[in-house]
Design a protein around this ligand. Structure first.
Ligand code: UDP
Ligand code: MG
Length: 329
């Protein structure tokens, strides 16, 4: 006789997980929680919101933890310090339990109201539902133009695949999340990692909203860093360019040399060389430094990769059950 076997775990896994990384977003969190809650409740599916506090120091995490008590669908992972959005996203994906995981910015630029459409596409068989921006209000013309150019450059360099005009706003099936989690490199350019995975993908258009409150954490300098990271993480083309430009410069130099010798032999003109010499030397010197810089960028990446440090460190995970005992410090 076999006894009735009790279920291994009676833990309820939600169908939908929404991962929200945030860093100093105290001003937008209440609106974010309210809107997210409304939209998710209307889907009729079980859901959780995985908030990842990326080392905020404006008390947003404490506000959320206080809120968790009556909203059991909210979970909060607090990182030990600010690791950057890419690491925070990774932490969110590692902790999300849902059958489908949706990534959303806390500042409400990615409207939660798109979620039902994303879920429909997922149920229709897509593993990844990509949200592509139809419009980007509140962003300067310069930012729009540079984003446009950059995505196209990246696409060409990395052999396509990284889709244009998309951010991190997307839905991923469990299968896609597990695949992304297997990519444990330290240089995390999430858009590239997501694209690398592949799987059946649907693209939906949406209108990117303006930031609800607060200001963007991405100055031009930081964006430039991310842009370079994207290129060097997914392509070794710059190394080839460096070699190519070097070869070109060498050919030009040799040609110039031949020309000088010929001039001296045939016309008998001893070239008064100083200015041209200086020009060539500074040009070649600059070229060499640039090339070394490019090589160095890749060597640095190898160095960081070999250290095998964790991508993020968790300070604590606050779950609804524990929240009633949790006291803000
Ligand atoms: N963010 C984060 N860690 C950081 C910087 C940003 O988790 O170090 C979060 C931020 O709180 C927001 C999202 O990443 O939820 C997008 O950031 P932001 O709105 O500043 O970027 P933008 O929309 O201007 O590209
Ligand atoms: Mg934003």
């Amino acid at each position: 006789m076999t006894a009735l076997i009790p279920p291994v775990s009676n833990r309820q896994e939600p169908v939908i997980s929404v991962v929200v990384p945030f860093y100093n977003e105290r001003a937008v969190l209440p609106e974010c929680v309210a809107r997210l809650g409304r939209v998710l409740a209307a889907t009729g599916l079980s859901f959780e919101a995985m908030f990842v506090d990326d080392g905020s120091d404006d008390g947003g995490d404490q506000w959320l933890a206080g809120h968790c008590a009556d909203k059991p669908w909210i979970r909060l992972v607090r990182l030990s310090r600010n690791f950057g959005k890419e690491a925070a996203l990774t932490a969110g994906l590692d902790h999300a339990r849902g059958e489908a995981v949706i990534i959303l910015d806390a500042d409400l630029q990615d409207p939660p109201e798109c979620i039902p459409a994303m879920i429909r596409s997922w149920r229709a068989g897509a593993d990844v539902v990509l949200m592509q921006r139809r419009s980007r209000p509140g962003e300067t013309r310069l930012k729009r133009a540079s984003a446009h150019l950059y995505y196209r450059l990246l696409r060409r360099l990395s052999g396509s695949r990284i889709p244009v005009d998309t951010g991190d706003f997307r839905l991923m099936s469990r299968r896609a999340v597990m695949a992304v989690r297997r990519l444990n490199e330290r240089n995390r350019y999430m858009k590239g990692l997501f694209a690398w995975v592949g799987l059946p993908t649907r693209v939906l258009l949406y209108d990117r909203e303006e930031r609800f409150a607060g200001r963007s954490k991405w100055g031009y300098w930081r964006l430039l860093g991310l842009a370079l990271e994207g290129i060097t993480s997914f392509s070794v083309a710059p190394l080839r360019w460096a070699a190519l430009v070097g070869a070109l410069a060498a050919t030009l130099g040799a040609g110039f040399g031949v020309w000088i010798i010929a001039k001296a032999l045939i016309l008998g003109v001893a070239v008064p060389g100083y200015p041209s010499l200086m020009a060539w030397m500074t040009f070649l010197g600059g070229l060499q430094l640039l090339t070394i810089g490019i090589v160095g960028e890749y060597v640095g990446k190898v160095y960081l990769e070999t250290k095998q440090r964790p991508i993020y460190l968790v300070r604590d995970v606050i779950t609804p059950g524990a929240v009633r005992r949790w006291r803000p410090r």
